[in-house]
Ligand binder design. Structure first.
Ligand code: 6CS
Ligand code: FE
Length: 315
């Protein structure tokens, strides 16, 4: 239903009625009357009960918008991933590429995208049965990798990420129709209180927060360094934090945080000598493949929004 409406909405040649308006309007010219809009795809609505997550875990994900498994990978697997992490970071091959994003005030690598293409080890991890079984259980259907990245957040130099919903950006700038995507963040270096762990607002995935400010041309060249457009109003953030607070899962390398595409999250700068490096795979349901951007003049590069057919011409 929704995809058909969104396709009709994008094809302005059709005589579209009012029913084809975008249910997730954002990048508005002025503050909206309704600061919280209903979510059309209830979280884990189509979750199945034949996957690795038990009923309580699925219920917790639906309630909170995220789920933390502290011991998802064993020490041997972690050591292998950490070797690959160092290899990628030390390889000068990528440093001038558009998919390698530096910190706003230094040449330190902030994020490396498309890592499931750059590394066979991370490519196999993205397709691991353990990860796929979890996300496809939660989403209730087959998926493809919409985006992958390593956020390195080096000691002292790693800056933070402002509060945001990933779906708000992926809808506005990549054309993701509905909230049918889940991010899997695997902790590659210990996440502790002082090195900028991922922070999430429980329950914030339940409504869509329209953001004010039109999307600038090539916004990603700025937003991936420090996001300003597509961040919710502080009054709304305050209300959601007042309801259910903030949580920041911390723990050893090998932990897994699954979070819904619309769960508000962010992180502080790294104030410690210890890197906070996490790898993220974004799994989008195949029947939710991106169409045209809903609030941008043209789609972003493929390293930010891969095609459902698993190809990538960028490397
Ligand atoms: O724009 C994006 O796709 C990226 N930006 C953020 C802050 N999180 C999701 C994603 O990596
Ligand atoms: Fe994000």
């Amino acid at each position: 239903m929704y995809l058909e409406a969104s396709l009709r909405y994008r094809d302005h040649s059709l005589n579209l009625g009012p029913q084809a308006t975008d249910p997730y309007p954002t990048r508005l010219a002025a503050s909206p009357t309704n600061t919280m809009l209903p979510r059309l795809e209830p979280p884990a609505e189509e979750a199945t009960d034949d996957g690795p997550l038990n009923a309580q875990q699925v219920a917790n994900f639906a309630r909170d918008g995220f789920l933390y498994e502290p011991d998802f990978l064993n020490d041997a697997d972690v050591a292998s991933l950490q070797r690959e992490l160092r290899g990628l970071l030390e390889s000068s091959e990528f440093h001038q590429a558009d998919y390698a994003v530096t910190e706003p005030d230094s040449d330190a690598i902030r994020s490396l995208f498309a890592v499931h293409f750059l590394s066979d080890v991370f490519g196999r991890l993205a397709q691991s049965p353990a990860l796929l079984a979890r996300v496809e259980q939660l989403l209730g259907g087959q998926t493809y990798v919409h985006q992958s990245r390593i956020n390195y957040k080096p000691g002292f130099a790693g800056k933070g990420f402002n509060w945001h919903s990933d779906f708000e950006t992926w809808h506005a700038e990549d054309g993701m129709p509905g909230m049918r995507a889940v991010s899997a963040s695997i902790i590659l270096t210990e996440n502790h209180t002082f090195n900028g762990p991922l922070m999430l607002i429980p329950g914030s995935h339940q409504q869509f927060l329209p953001c004010v400010g039109p999307t600038p041309e090539d916004n990603y060249k700025q937003s991936l360094k420090s996001q300003r457009i597509g961040t919710p109003p502080e009054a709304v953030l305050t209300e959601l934090v007042r309801r259910r607070g903030i949580q920041a899962p911390t723990g050893r390398a090998g932990g897994l945080i699954l979070f819904d595409c619309n769960t508000l999250h962010g992180s502080n700068a790294n104030m410690s000598p210890d890197p906070r490096s996490n790898i993220f795979f974004v799994y989008n349901r195949r029947d939710n493949a991106c169409v045209q951007p809903f609030a941008a003049s043209r789609p972003r590069p493929e390293f930010l929004a891969h095609r459902a057919d698993g190809s990538w011409s960028g490397h």
